[in-house]
Design a protein around this ligand. Structure first.
Ligand code: GCW
Length: 718
């Protein structure tokens, strides 16, 4: 009874949040503050907004501020031109705002750099005001979103003192979007970019996309797939790209495109794409000039070359540096950059694919132009549920290295599984490379402080499509959010990110908040357990990458699963120690020793680096075989726990999203069980050992799992 009364009270209190919501508004719901006392307090503290709309960016900040405040406070908040009352929010730069110019904060602002801001409470001519000051309108925009966030989080705004500036310069989404609107590894509908309708008709969503990105500090978007189509560089398409750039500009977002290396042949009618050929070099220069004519603030190119069949400089006996430098020369006079991907592997199967990027790129360090960055996936294979950090981090002191994270869940349950990726991103960023001794974190490489990089950047492969809620799974929105927050500051903790996101996206109610936060923070490890425990990797089904496929053994060997798990009668795992492929030697000491040595190799990467006997004893005292089975089983059981936890939020989370997540968790449990049972039965054909106590015998035989076809998973057609 008491329980019911309490629930009724909680429901009354949070009544506003219970309207059905389709997720379109993301974390920018600006929900009316349900706690009346707090709302009234904010109403007293905020009486008006003073933002001079001297540019499109400032105007965007001003309208966001007004709409956000009015929605949260439930009253109208006027734009004012004089400080007659307490409680005015004054936002601007010393150039745009005479009030800010008169505050004497030049020194403080110096630390804010180009895009940072300060927010503080002060008295101005006996009026209490809140100042949001920056050196640029972009900084004002970011400060505006920060201030709105404080209210969304129900924080005290009575005496603020905030300073924030981005730790990386370029914070980008990479869309793997094709011109026919299909999205490679996309699970949220079609591409947002409606090329047929553009440029005459510009979807209003583009603005909301830009707002969402700006709210977390993302300042660039690569619109097209790295498996590139040269047509995007033709005049017909460039005007369409320009129309998108026009929408993004007020939100401080630049557009970038992928450059197909063979474009000079395909659309330029040249005989070659050799990067040292004068005609080819001229062609790219002219192409760049043409692009900058229609998009004056075009960001530059992202290139996938000589990888998975894509053309590249090696087709002409040239190096990756030759290719990158040619494009860099074409865009440099316009201020453009080139992001050259290190995800390469050639047509010959290497002794260990994990070593290839390092082997190809380390010798090129120092050979790239100043406006080139090398874009490196977080781990050496390919966005697996768990990988060690990529050995290229720290290994290219003279070339800016930028990480590429995958926000779209290619190997992590597409948009069906609830997997919060901030812990995965954080694990990589906080890894110590030891490139310059202890404390040489990947994050320090990324922010450029370790090697004094001239440019710094971070990219995330987008999970966004045209479904109403943008990402398919309501919780997948959190991965977009987390990426942006970490690109701004790679040191923020996953827990803080989850806390913010839940409060803005679902609720500030503390018990639901705690429940959802725990679900999110546990979710990645849960997925690792039911997919690839103890350092297993690349054992998914070929093609769709959604379900298990440890039995995959056909085709190019380093695309098979057996290449990676190497299970045999003795044991399982890829020996990358000095006795095996010696991939460990690509890491700095003492990291390499840590991985090499069984006593120090983290157990969660054990089978990444070692081939171990089935009866090897782990720290739990269990044998490797038993531990593998128990982890798989624990993964599935944990999904059940996610389901029962989620039930506790009923009535606090709105019905529409509650039901959607509930239904997805049911599918996740089914598919986690398929992973567990398929993998256990398959590996059992090698170990020939019984399942440990507590792990139930799979419902079906191995053939059933080998032949299982999904009919209800987005982005999977077979
Ligand atoms: O992860 C693999 C994907 C490909 C992708 C490639 C890459 C865009 O399976 O779909 O291609 O990596 O990152 O280039």
């Amino acid at each position: 009874m008491i329980h019911k009364i309490l629930l009724a009270l909680v429901l009354a209190f949070f009544s506003v949040s219970l309207e059905a919501e389709d997720g379109y508004k993301l974390w920018l719901r600006y929900e009316k503050i349900g706690d009346q006392q707090l709302r009234e307090q904010y109403q007293k503290q905020i009486s008006g907004i003073m933002i001079v709309s001297s540019s499109a960016v400032a105007a965007a900040a001003s309208s966001e501020m007004q709409a956000g405040l009015e929605s949260m406070l439930g009253i109208s908040i006027p734009q004012v031109s004089k400080l007659r009352k307490n409680g005015v929010i004054v936002a601007g730069t010393p150039q745009s705002s005479p009030v800010i110019a008169s505050l004497g904060i030049e020194e403080k602002l110096a630390g804010a750099g180009n895009e940072g801001y300060i927010i503080y409470t002060t008295a101005y001519k006996r009026r209490k005001i809140t100042v949001i000051a920056a050196n640029s309108d972009a900084g004002v925009l970011y400060g505006t979103f920060h201030f709105l966030r404080l209210l969304q989080l129900h924080r005290d705004i009575g005496s603020l003192s905030v300073e924030s500036s981005p730790k990386t310069m370029i914070r980008l989404l990479n869309h793997w979007d094709n011109l026919n609107r299909s999205v490679e590894r996309g699970y949220a509908g079609l591409s947002l970019w409606d090329w047929k309708a553009l440029p005459d008709s510009v979807d209003t969503r583009y603005k909301d996309y830009a707002r969402a990105n700006a709210s977390v500090g993302i300042n660039g978007s690569v619109l097209t797939n790295v498996n590139a189509n040269a047509l995007i560089l033709t005049p017909e398409y460039l005007v369409k790209v320009a129309a998108i750039a026009d929408v993004f500009r007020p939100y401080n977002i630049k557009v970038y495109l992928t450059a197909r290396f063979s474009a000079p042949i395909e659309i330029g009618k040249l005989k070659t794409a050799d990067p040292l050929d004068t005609e080819v070099r001229d062609w790219w220069k002219k192409k760049a000039d043409e692009i900058y004519k229609v998009i004056p603030d075009f960001g530059g190119f992202l290139v996938k070359a000589n990888s998975e069949g894509q053309p590249g400089p090696q087709n002409y006996g040239r190096s990756h540096a030759d290719g990158a430098n040619m494009l860099a020369d074409a865009v440099v006079q316009h201020g453009g950059i080139v992001m050259w991907r290190a995800f390469v592997y050639d047509n010959n199967v290497p002794d260990d694919r994990a070593k290839q990027a390092y082997n190809e790129f380390v010798p090129l360090d120092g050979k790239f132009r100043n406006n080139v960055l090398v874009q490196v996936k977080n781990g050496p294979i390919d966005f697996q549920p768990r990988e060690p950090f990529h050995p290229l981090f720290g290994a290219m002191p003279q070339t800016p290295v930028m990480p590429e994270f995958q926000i779209t869940q290619e190997y992590l349950g597409s948009s069906v599984h609830l997997v919060f990726l901030a812990p995965l991103f954080e694990e990589c960023l906080k890894s110590d490379t030891y490139a310059k001794g202890e404390g040489s974190l990947v994050a320090k490489v990324v922010e450029g402080t370790l090697h004094n990089y001239r440019i710094t950047a971070m990219a995330g492969v987008s999970n966004i499509g045209n479904v109403r809620n943008w990402t398919g799974h309501p919780f997948a929105q959190a991965n977009w959010y987390a990426f942006g927050r970490l690109a701004w500051d790679p040191y923020i903790s996953s827990e803080d990110i989850a806390d913010e996101w839940i409060r803005m996206t679902f609720t500030n109610e503390s018990s639901a908040l705690g429940t959802i936060k725990k679900m999110m923070l546990d979710s990645r490890e849960i997925a690792v357990n039911y997919m690839t425990p103890l350092g297993l990797h690349h054992i998914m089904y070929s093609g769709h990458h959604y379900g298990p496929g440890p039995w995959v053994d056909r085709g190019r060997s380093d695309w098979t699963s057996v290449y990676y798990h190497r299970a045999d009668a003795q044991g399982i795992g890829f020996d990358r120690t000095s006795k095996g492929s010696d991939a460990v030697s690509q890491y700095f000491k003492p990291v390499r020793d840590m991985y090499e040595n069984l006593n120090t190799c983290p157990e969660n990467l054990l089978l990444w680096f070692h081939h171990m006997p089935w009866d090897y004893r782990l720290s739990s005292g269990k044998t490797l075989w038993d531990e593998i089975c128990l982890r798989y089983d624990d993964g599935v059981k944990s999904v059940k726990r996610l389901q029962s936890d989620w039930k506790k939020t009923k009535g606090i989370v709105d019905g529409e999203r509650f039901d959607q997540v509930s239904a997805l968790l049911v599918k996740q449990e089914r598919d986690a069980a398929i992973w567990r049972d398929g993998c256990i039965l398959y590996f059992q054909t090698f170990s020939r050992k019984p399942l440990p106590a507590g792990v139930a015998q799979p419902e079906h035989d191995l053939d059933y799992y080998r032949n299982y076809r999904y009919t209800d998973i987005p982005g999977i057609s077979r």
